[in-house]
Design a binder for this molecule. Structure first.
Ligand code: NAD
Length: 358
């Protein structure tokens, strides 16, 4: 089944959204990015235009404005919404829980109302492994109990509840909820855009890249006394391009699925400690990453990795990139050319797709 031909990505200028947009554009899909650019930069849109200027539209819009959403939906008339906009910093969510709920849950409610008004009946929603909280068993499947440890995780769980109610309201509504684990790396064509955005908080991978390029003296590793192989947290690191492709699979699934609502984990299905990722990066790049330990952070679970059988079965999706590929994709975020010269070449063209015009 072909994916829909007119897709709106709310929050599409961000880290995940820009990679999803790249994947859709490469498939020839008409793509509109709507974003208020609060944690992203319009420069990414210029980069994306290389992959199909006539298929890409950008609208600066805030999902907290019902008027802007109404205009967006009436001018775009999308078949499907991929909803990625929101706030995502766990630490910040403890300091500003009200803003997290207003933005993430209130913003989603506004988007759903605009969809209803315009007749858009399908949504792919970005949720998070943070809805699970402390693991009762590993790997975690979608039936694992949910008990978020942060206001951020709570806001995502509330969004999921709202979506379930919305989808069960009939009128052909369909929703795919994707629970991402730890997306890492970047497509080589998009790697520079995060450079332009000071508001984007660096991830572990970004910080490794900054240390590698000499912009940061050392990596801070939060917690060294967890009951894991080396005392550091275990996470499920998955290549961002695998995550992006899963959205294409989700669009295909939505067009054929019988039930109104599906929840799917997206990860690599493997656990890796923070220090193992650092060691893999060092081995791949030949660059030492000095680190120091800091106390555990509030809201961090000791271990987390995904059972991805549902995504495999339901969407025929499989992560393609290895841990070494992920390490090669940990590229400079604002570190200029220096690290590019030091790092080994990017994966061969057979692994990463070439843009249509090359
Ligand atoms: N990156 C991760 O590790 C991760 C993991 C799990 C879940 N998620 C979820 O995936 C989604 C995308 O994450 P990301 O890493 O791309 O984050 P990001 O911050 O890079 O992207 C979010 C985008 O939403 C936009 N935005 C924020 N508030 C908005 C508003 N009121 N109106 C319109 N646009 C708004 C931002 O400008 C940004 O472009 C988020 O919902 C996040 O919670 C991310």
């Amino acid at each position: 089944m072909l994916p829909p031909q007119n897709v709106l990505i709310v929050g599409g200028a961000g880290y995940i959204g820009s990679h999803v947009a790249l994947t859709l554009l490469r498939q020839g899909i008409q793509t509109t990015i709507a974003d208020n650019l609060s944690t992203s930069d319009e420069a990414v849109v210029a980069t994306l235009r290389q992959f199909g200027a006539n298929r890409l539209r950008f609208v600066k819009a805030d999902m907290l404005s019902k008027r802007q959403l109404a205009e967006l939906y009436s001018s775009t008339k999308p078949d499907v919404t991929i909803h990625l906009a929101g706030l995502k910093q766990v630490a910040e969510s403890f300091a500003e829980p009200g803003r997290y709920h207003r933005t993430n849950v209130g913003g989603l409610a506004n988007v759903l109302a605009a969809m209803d008004e315009s007749g858009c009946r399908q949504m792919v929603f970005s949720s998070s492994a943070s809805v699970y909280g402390n693991p009762e068993y590993l790997p975690m499947d979608e039936k694992h109990p949910t008990a978020p440890l942060s206001p951020y995780g709570e806001s995502k769980l509330k969004c999921e509840g709202l979506l379930k109610q919305w989808a069960s309201g009939g009128s052909g509504r369909r929703c795919a909820v994707l629970r991402y684990f730890n997306p890492v790396g970047c497509d080589p064509y998009l790697r520079m855009h995060r450079t332009h955005c000071p508001a984007a908080q660096p991830s572990l991978a970004d910080t490794i890249a900054q240390v590698a390029s000499g912009r940061l003296g050392q990596l801070e590793v939060f917690g060294s006394d967890y009951h894991t192989a080396d005392g550091t947290c275990v996470r499920d690191f998955v290549h961002i391009s695998d995550i992006a492709e899963a959205h294409l699979s989700a669009l295909e699934m939505l067009s054929t699925m019988r039930e109104e609502h599906a929840i799917l984990n997206l990860g690599s299905g493997k656990g890796t400690t923070v220090l193992q990722l650092v060691a893999a990066f060092e081995a791949t790049s030949g660059i030492a990453i000095p680190h120091r330990f800091r106390p555990r952070r509030q809201g961090d679970v000791p271990e987390s990795w995904a059972d991805i059988s549902s995504a495999r079965e339901r969407m025929n999706w499989e992560p393609r990139y290895s841990r070494e590929d992920i390490c090669r994709a940990i590229r400079p975020v604002g570190s200029g050319e220096a690290i590019s010269r030091l790092l080994p070449p990017l994966p061969p063209a057979s692994v990463r797709e070439q843009p249509a015009h090359l």
